[in-house]
Design a protein around this ligand. Structure first.
Ligand code: PAZ
Length: 367
């Protein structure tokens, strides 16, 4: 049995992991875009933040029909990116494809369909077409949409926002490594804000079935269609055996054997990222008794600058900052009155500005 990546030194795990996967097809294009973007902002002596956002997938098959996913919609990342832009940063937004994006998030995944924000105006008297009017934004959304539109336009026209999508955990790793290395000329003007929910377990390429995993036994001439010998899918109750075929449907099981995803935060901090840059990571837990412990352990293990801890159930209005320097642990809560709804009806999140605004009030409200 080959040694697990988790048992290797970080540099060795990096070389084994990145040799196992072909780089994502879009990587050369993303690198070219990022290089031009970074050059522009190095020239302007502007700070650049890499915001990672949304969840990574873990494919079960190389020709992927099924995959493991997680809950993250990208609210934290997209919201924080807006606040970074407001603070004058240029933002590389490395996000899960089709997750929330800065600015459009106010409308794209809302409980309203985007068409609900629109209306047809009456035809303009004297205009040639009297059978229809222009499509306009409904009166009640005008002010907020104008504000969002102006900020979006500003970011776009001034080249402040670069959107780069990923889907799988391997794509995420390749993109993160490349972006961090490309950001080296920024030195201390580089910030890493790692809010993506990155899968902790995956199926290594060497053990992944090539084709769609079958739920019923195939005749012998079709067997072995890309499923490798030391497969990640199988076990005593594996679905490929004739024995399984004979079982009632309720007992046919798919047993999946996942490996831990190597923790590359070490490599980011010690190798890929520019000297003097700042690295902020997030830690999500569901058990409140574990959160601070796990966040502290991450900070000690990777020796970066800040871990922001959050609980699944309260993440939209409460985070804890774990820092190497005193006070070491600081809770930031958006006071109840500020837990506003955005125009779309989607609740906003603790983002940079909210943190700033909420800090004063929250600290006086809480112990
Ligand atoms: O995408 P979202 O806003 O619903 O969730 C944000 C979050 C909880 C994924 C993020 O704040 C976070 O904690 N990211 C790191 C998750 C982890 O790997 O522990």
């Amino acid at each position: 049995m080959s040694p697990s990546l988790g048992d290797m030194e970080p540099a060795e795990a990096e070389s084994v992991y990145f040799n196992e996967y072909p780089p994502p097809k879009a990587l050369p294009k993303h690198e070219a875009l990022a290089r031009a973007f970074i050059d522009l902002h190095v020239e302007a002596n502007r700070r650049v933040v890499l915001v990672t956002s949304g969840g990574t997938t873990v494919p079960l098959e190389a020709q992927t029909v099924r995959f493991i996913d997680n809950f993250s919609a990208g609210t934290r990342g997209a919201t924080s990116a807006e606040y970074f832009l407001q603070q004058g940063y240029a933002v590389i937004f490395l996000h899960r494809q089709y997750s929330l994006l800065p600015y459009s998030r106010h409308y794209s995944h809302s409980t309203n369909c985007f068409l609900d924000f629109m209306d047809e105006a009456p035809p303009v008297p004297g205009a040639p077409n009297q059978d229809h009017g222009s499509i306009v934004v409904r009166d009640e959304y005008q002010d907020q949409m104008r504000d969002v539109l102006r900020k979006y336009r500003y970011a776009k026209q001034n080249n402040r926002l670069l959107l780069l999508p990923f889907t799988t955990v391997a794509e995420y790793m390749f993109e993160l490594r490349s972006m961090a290395k490309l950001m080296r000329p920024l030195g201390p003007n580089a910030l890493f804000y790692l809010a993506a929910a990155v899968s902790d377990f995956f199926i290594p390429r060497s053990r992944m079935a090539e084709h769609k995993i079958q739920s019923s036994e195939l005749p012998p001439e079709f067997q072995g269609g890309g499923a490798v010998e030391d497969s990640a899918v199988g076990g005593e109750d594996e679905i490929y055996t004739g024995e399984n075929e004979a079982k009632p449907a309720s007992q046919k099981k798919l047993v999946i054997n996942l490996d831990p995803v190597p923790k590359f935060l070490h490599r980011l901090v010690d190798g890929w990222a520019p000297d003097g840059s700042m690295v902020v990571s997030f830690k999500l837990e569901t058990d409140p008794t574990l959160l601070v412990y796990k966040a502290r352990t991450a900070l000690q293990r990777y020796s970066h600058h800040l871990v922001i801890g959050n609980l699944l159930s309260t993440r939209k209005w409460e985070v804890v900052f774990i820092t190497p320097d005193p006070p070491h642990e600081r809770w930031i809560r958006v006071p109840k009155a500020r837990r506003s709804k955005s125009i779309s009806g989607v609740e906003d999140q603790v983002g940079l500005a909210e943190i700033k605004k909420g800090e004063k009030a929250a600290n006086s409200e809480t112990s």
